[in-house]
Write a protein of this length. Structure first.
Length: 104
């Protein structure tokens, strides 16, 4: 899906049994506001074709950080500078590792 619109640096974080919020975060980047909207538009179209129902979408107008919430899967499409600043990968991967250690 995301590859077809040439999304960059796609990363999936498995959050199953680590948070009640969702099971997966999918993160990727676009090269410009136009590219980010194109990635999101493709994601929404492909999601509909697969029968996925989005619960919520945020940030589409500014296209710096667009969040598409499919319930168990939350997709984040970032401008590279926003992605680097918020660094969700480090935050959530560290959280997931701490939760695994607590459960073990």
């Amino acid at each position: 899906m995301l590859d077809e619109k040439k999304a960059l640096d796609v990363d999936t974080i498995d959050l199953q049994n680590k948070t009640l919020m969702c099971d997966y975060f999918v993160l990727c980047s676009g090269t410009s506001n136009t590219h980010i909207r194109s990635v999101v538009d493709g994601l929404l179209k492909d999601g509909r074709n697969l029968g996925l129902k989005k619960d919520h979408i945020e940030g589409y107008q500014s296209a710096k950080w667009v969040l598409v919430d499919y319930g168990d899967i939350v997709v984040h499409v970032f401008d590279p500078a926003e992605r680097e600043f918020y660094d969700l990968e480090s935050l959530w991967k560290n959280t997931a590792m701490r939760r695994e250690a607590e459960v073990s």
